[in-house]
Ligand binder design. Structure first.
Ligand code: NAP
Ligand code: MG
Length: 497
């Protein structure tokens, strides 16, 4: 049986030129008329200029979002919003290849990954479409004595600000847009300055699918300008943020003015724990790609890889071999497993940690170098493995956000759980074992919002994930996420004559 031919990715026509802000259903220049360059991280070449939105633009976008919230959009029924979401899904799938190649060119991930992202978004959109009725249904109760009937409503919060990181913007925006469209909220999206293009391309798809003007607005620009203005804006009812813990803290402070609701998904330093009884054929690639996927630029990457001492040597050897077999290259090239890092700033950050790892006594077992040759213009780093890492070393404590694994040996369950939880973060975790009791004990024992057993990194939009400790609060995915875009209202009604 022949497999269907996979198309060769093409450089999308959308790239190039100047991109504007999307406010009230129209493309407009930033009020100050300023722009900045955005680059392809695989080459360092400028691929477009973005509007440098700032406070005045955020204000315009919030006014447009408020007007849309109070306009005809507020009278759309749940089934009409559901149909809209399904139309977006259909239209997006027609543009799947274009969207995937824009995302790859803008933020570097291999085209195989961004094609999967489009499939994942399709699932997410259909999940949000399935929630429109359930999340907003009004129920009645009559448990009070007398003739009092109580109506329990759930009403949309209003204008939601979505502040999106660069590590997967096309999918990331759906954690804001999906629940907003499902509930009848409106939103203002602030993409990351390093990767805004897929979000901008999506705006026209949303409009063509019938999203009313002002329901989704996009203000590109710098975090310290557009982002900070959105987080502080008194006309914004909620902020949905993904990014660093440090910025998350600033957003909490900025939100205090009008007591915005917040959903914060922040950094991580997640433990992934391999027991000697694990199926190593599955655990080696699974744990490796639990870090190397997206070149390590995923908040829940299992970067602290605890390996039981009796299999440690063999495991590190197999990790070395696996890493050496990975192809690092430009995301549009066929067969590439790891693309570049997002920026030269991120490259410097990762190389700084690699240097520290060596200085603090960890053994470099694989990788550790920036790639040159025809990749010298981009921000490429080899998949890197440090062995013999100690919990106290900086590379085992701080989030690197690059393709760097720290292998830490352990002996017992109690010992590894103590080390796994010895972190300020609590986002993800993993365990590899054939023993159900061990899997249960360890998954219960890890203090994190999501734990994977004999796999790593899958996210079901219908279930979702979240963090505890300094990885933030508020859940992404599932009905609970949709409901966090609503507020509750009880109406006590005396229905006596
Ligand atoms: P970041 O600064 O937290 O950026 C995330 C988003 O927040 C971007 O849209 C950013 O805009 C915006 N932002 C920045 N300062 C802001 C402010 N004062 N108020 C409101 N919004 C603001 O993260 P980063 O600089 O891209 O990366 C730094 C580190 O964050 C990474 O190395 C990694 O450790 C972590 N990170 C985590 C995730 C995750 O998924 N949890 C994702 C990305 C990064 P600009 O891009 O324009 O600055
Ligand atoms: Mg870019």
């Amino acid at each position: 049986m022949s497999t269907p031919a996979v198309p060769s990715p093409v450089r999308p026509a959308f790239l190039g030129g100047s991109k504007q802000l999307f406010i009230g259903g129209r493309w407009v220049a930033a009020a100050a008329g300023e722009e900045f360059d955005t680059v392809d991280p695989a080459s360092g070449q400028v691929i477009a200029r973005l509007a440098r939105g700032a406070a005045a633009d955020v204000d315009r976008a919030v006014v447009a979002a408020r007007a849309a919230f109070e306009g005809p959009w507020s009278r759309w029924t749940p089934l009409e919003r559901q149909r809209l979401l399904l139309r977006i899904d259909e239209l997006m799938l027609k543009h799947a290849e274009e969207l995937a190649s824009i995302e790859t060119t803008d933020m570097g991930a291999p085209i195989t990954r961004t094609r999967n992202t489009v499939k994942w978004i399709s699932q997410a959109i259909r999940f949000f479409a399935s929630c429109t009725g359930a999340a907003t249904t009004t129920t009645a109760s009559n448990s009070l004595p007398g003739n009092v009937m109580t109506l329990n409503h759930k009403a949309p919060l209003g204008v939601v600000g979505g502040i999106i990181p660069w590590n997967g913007p096309m999918g990331g925006q759906w954690w804001t847009i999906g629940p907003a469209l499902a509930t009848g909220c409106t939103c203002v999206i602030k993409p990351a300055e390093d990767a805004s293009l897929s979000i901008l391309r999506f705006a026209d798809i949303l409009a063509e699918a019938g999203v009313p003007d002002g329901v989704v607005n996009i203000v590109t620009g710098y975090g310290s300008e557009a982002g900070a203005a959105l987080a502080a804006h008194p006309g914004v009812d909620k902020i949905s943020f993904t990014g660093s813990t440090e910025t998350g803290r600033r957003i909490v402070q900025a939100s205090a003015g009008n007591l915005k609701r917040l959903q914060l998904e922040l950094g991580g330093k997640s433990p992934d724990i391999v027991f000697a009884d694990a199926d190593l054929d599955a655990a080696v690639p699974g744990a490796a790609m639990g870090v190397f996927a997206n070149s390590g630029q995923i908040c829940y990457s299992g970067t602290r890889l605890f390996v039981q001492r009796s299999v440690q040597e063999e495991f590190v050897e197999r990790l070395q071999r696996f890493s050496a077999g990975l192809k690092v290259g430009k995301g549009l090239d066929p067969g590439v497993d790891l693309g570049p890092l997002i920026s030269s700033r991120q490259l410097d950050r990762v190389m700084h940690y690699v240097k520290l790892g060596g200085e603090q006594g960890a053994r470099l077992a694989a990788g550790g170098r920036r790639l040159g040759g025809e990749l010298a213009g981009g921000y490429f780093v080899e998949p890197t493995v440090f062995a013999g890492v100690d919990q106290g070393m900086t590379i085992a404590r701080e989030e690197i956000f690059g393709p760097v694994i720290s292998v830490i040996p352990f002996d017992t369950v109690d010992e590894v759980l103590k080390m796994a939880n010895d972190t300020e973060y609590g986002l993800g975790g993993g365990v590899w074992t054939r023993n159900l009791a061990t899997a249960h004990q360890v998954s219960q024992g890890i203090r994190a919002g999501v734990v994977w057993v004999n796999c790593y990194g899958a996210v079901d939009p219908a279930v979702g994930f979240g963090g505890c400790k300094m990885s933030g609060y508020g859940w992404k995915g599932g009905l609970e996420h949709v409901e966090s875009f609503l507020y509750r209202k009880a109406v006590y009604m005396n229905i006596a004559g």
